[in-house]
Write a protein that binds this ligand. Structure first.
Ligand SMILES: Cc1cc2nc3c(=O)[nH]c(=O)nc-3n(C[C@H](O)[C@H](O)[C@H](O)COP(=O)(O)O)c2cc1C
Length: 362
């Protein structure tokens, strides 16, 4: 995997908002990509790369999928990859809005097969700071996944309203699960989904490669501390995961810890869509990241769970899910919990944006 050489693997978090009018347009576009890569991604795989083009009439920033970074085992249909790409797109458009750029977002129909997955065409080049987006940018810098236990304190209605508005504007449905009985049932299903995923040797081996020492200089992966493990446990679990037979007690312990944290959270949320398409996946990612940023601005923690979503390709899981809650649309795409937390979690590394960006000019 990419090793940090000249750049440190945490440099990306030091990004600053540019002061205009000193910055030229190329610098602004590069800065926008710098915010984009702070987005979350499954296993912190960061499956993206970028093209900045400065044209005679209009400019563009494109997001491309780096196919070598798709998680072949945990993301067999590339769904989590495109949800991650949607998260990146949310950051990109928020940063473009901060600089007051006029742009259109194009998602080519063959987005999953072609080179360019999302193209942002920018028609107006004279940037002007829009301070309405300042807090959003700042929250990108402080946001992290928080896999800890949340306090028994309700999410304020005004924040919930903001969550719903984001989903509505993004064109998908958000369902909130707040009653204890349904939370228990969903958490049990998540427990089963974790066990189901971990039972697969290839899934485990892939996951093992993404668990990092906290001192690692890798650009990709999850440091032990961010996934609630001590340095020693991180090394131990990663080694164990690579073995042919996995310790059943460790599997149950891991799944139970997720289950308990989930059922004790004030809210479990599902973003769902009528369709299981690339476009829906990208939209779901955008909505999820925008909700995560609003949560961050309101002092709320968030943690997301892909195993339950992926397990639903299995009919039994799907049937059980819809027996528990029928309020979602046909295809649940993102499931996360939110709440207040006393504990904060550290950042994960990022590939520096300059290493991911190709630049061209007419
Ligand atoms: C689409 C997607 C799926 C994810 N699935 C899980 C998951 O199943 N379990 C989990 O603990 N974290 C999950 N995450 C969180 C990532 O592991 C996390 O975003 C990444 O390690 C980077 O950390 P950061 O968000 O703190 O920057 C997911 C994130 C995304 C965007």
């Amino acid at each position: 995997m990419n090793k940090a050489k000249k750049n440190s693997n945490y440099d990306a978090w030091g990004i600053e908002r540019l002061k205009l009018p000193n910055a030229d347009i190329e610098k602004i576009y590069r800065n926008i990509v710098g915010w984009t890569i702070l987005a979350p991604s499954s296993h912190n795989s960061q499956p993206w790369k970028f093209k900045i083009h400065i044209g005679a009439k209009s400019d563009s920033i494109s997001i491309l999928i780096d196919k070598s970074r798709i998680l072949r085992e945990s993301d067999k249909y590339s769904r989590q990859t495109f949800i991650s790409l949607g998260c990146a797109l949310a950051n990109l458009t928020n940063a473009a809005d901060y600089y007051g750029l006029h742009y259109t977002v194009k998602i080519p129909v063959n987005s999953s097969k072609g080179d360019e997955s999302v193209i942002i065409s920018i028609s107006k080049k004279d940037a002007k700071i829009n301070n309405r987006f300042r807090k959003i940018l700042d929250s990108m810098k402080t946001r992290t996944m928080n896999r800890g236990n949340y306090l028994d304190k309700a999410i304020p209605k005004i924040v919930l309203r903001k969550f719903y508005n984001i989903a509505e504007n993004g064109g998908l449905r958000l369902t909130a699960i707040m009653d204890q009985r349904t939370k228990n049932l969903i958490s049990e299903l998540q427990f089963q989904a974790d066990l189901y995923a971990i039972a697969d040797t290839k899934f485990r081996k892939e996951l093992a490669r993404f668990i990092l020492s906290d001192k690692s200089d890798e650009f990709i992966g999850m440091p032990a501390k961010t996934i609630k493990l001590s340095e020693e446990m991180g090394i131990y679990i990663s080694k164990k995961l690579s073995e042919k037979l996995f310790d059943a007690d460790i599997s149950s312990g891991f799944a139970a810890s997720n289950r308990d944290a989930m059922r004790n959270s004030p809210g479990i949320f599902v973003i769902s869509s009528p369709k299981d398409s690339v476009l829906s996946w990208i939209k779901a990612g955008q909505i999820f990241e925008n909700i995560a940023l609003i949560a961050e601005q309101n002092g709320l923690a968030i943690s997301v769970y892909a195993a339950i979503i992926e397990s639903m390709r299995d009919k039994i899981f799907q049937k059980n899910f819809f027996n528990i809650t029928s309020d979602t649309q046909k295809v649940p795409l993102v499931l996360f919990r939110a709440g207040y937390s006393k504990q904060s979690y550290p950042h994960s590394p990022r590939i520096p944006s300059d290493l991911l960006t190709q630049y061209s000019k007419d």
